[in-house]
Ligand binder design. Structure first.
Ligand SMILES: Nc1nc2c(c(=O)[nH]1)N[C@H]1C(S)=C(S)[C@@H](COP(=O)(O)O)O[C@H]1N2
Ligand SMILES: [Mo]
Length: 318
């Protein structure tokens, strides 16, 4: 994601993360050729259900059978601009973040508006494991074993009115905890970070509220204590550290659309046929792999979600 306006940026400037990974991958590849061991890459992270190789096993119908990205990579290569724009800033700057106690304010067109303690809000929800692909709009991807519950479960508890057509989410504003929110000029983004979904998207069975990764509580850098996960959409829809949920009849203006509407829209469905104005979306670099791979329509979830967008021009509604 970019800070500058489109016109200020050449396409060569968007790939610092690719250079970083090229370098890392080159080291791994060189080590393999030389018969050395890249120690950090062979230790399997622990998980609730593990296979012979120590990886979480695909069980549910929405789980991908692709190899999960190591815990170490999922928790050290992040986008979370409140903590800084570098990929390693969130891990470094979120160590003292306080995800507990946590309150979530629910407002707008629903029967249960209130300010909830998070524990009360999600009391009794069964936690599920979901192994999902995640595709960032910057053209890198991971496979993440999440734990959480369907967003639908939470929405049903809040009893939206028939007039509610969208749901909007906001991230915490707290300059004491988020270094980037202490800036008064050269702000990276307008805070709070905002995202939104159409109600039928929000209640789709794939839409998840994540509270954990690899069977552990969600690390701060990944959006503790609760964040959205929408595997068919670009990663920026997956808003972190949610403190506000609002039901509305108007389409929310999400942060990246507000920042650069010619580049980022409301829908942000993964689409290899619609390029970003400054780079191709046809391929992606899976973190931990050397060669790029093709990006799949709806990030490989077309069978499940394409009917949500039947009849829509996906070039227009990007
Ligand atoms: N509040 C907030 N949520 C956010 C972001 C952010 O900067 N702030 N970045 C988004 C982007 S661009 C991506 S790709 C994902 C990254 O999630 P991860 O770091 O857990 O992989 O978080 C999304 N959610
Ligand atoms: Mo992203």
């Amino acid at each position: 994601m970019l800070i500058q306006r489109a016109s200020d940026i050449s396409s060569s400037e968007i790939t610092p993360e690719n250079l970083y990974h090229n370098r890392r991958e080159w080291i791994k590849t060189a080590s393999a050729i030389l018969g050395l061991t890249a120690v950090g890459t062979i230790i399997p992270a622990c998980a609730p259900t593990v296979g012979a190789a120590g990886e979480p096993q695909a069980k549910g119908k929405y789980d991908t059978t692709e190899k999960p990205t190591p815990f170490e990579d999922i928790t050290s290569y992040n986008n979370y601009y409140e903590f800084g724009t570098g990929k390693d800033d969130p891990a470094r700057n979120s160590k003292n973040f306080k995800p507990k106690p946590w309150t979530v304010k629910v407002e707008g067109m629903c029967k249960k508006p209130a300010t909830y303690n998070l524990d009360d809000l999600i009391k009794g929800f069964a936690t599920e494991d979901r192994i999902y692909r995640m595709r960032c709009v910057e053209a890198w991807s991971m496979v993440i074993p999440w734990a959480g519950f369907p967003l639908k479960t939470l929405i049903e508890r809040l009893e939206p009115l028939p007039s509610a057509k969208f749901v909007e989410f906001k991230t915490l504003v707290d300059p004491n905890q988020y270094p980037e929110q202490r800036r008064s000029f050269l702000k990276v983004l307008d805070w709070p970070y905002v995202e939104g979904l159409r109600m039928d998207e929000a209640t789709h069975p794939l839409a998840l509220i994540a509270t954990g990764i690899y069977g552990k509580p969600l690390p701060n850098q990944n959006g503790a204590p609760l964040r959205l996960v929408l595997p068919w959409k670009y990663g920026f829809k997956g808003i972190k550290a949610i403190v506000n949920i609002r039901f509305t009849d108007k389409q929310p203006v999400n942060t990246w659309q507000q920042q650069a509407s010619q580049e980022y829209g409301f829908y942000a469905n993964v689409n290899p046929n619609v390029d970003h104005p400054r780079w191709s979306q046809a391929r992606e670099r899976r973190i931990g792999e050397f060669f790029k791979r093709p990006t799949l329509m709806f990030n490989g979830y077309a069978d499940q979600v394409s009917e949500l967008y039947a009849g829509m021009d996906l070039r227009r509604y990007y």
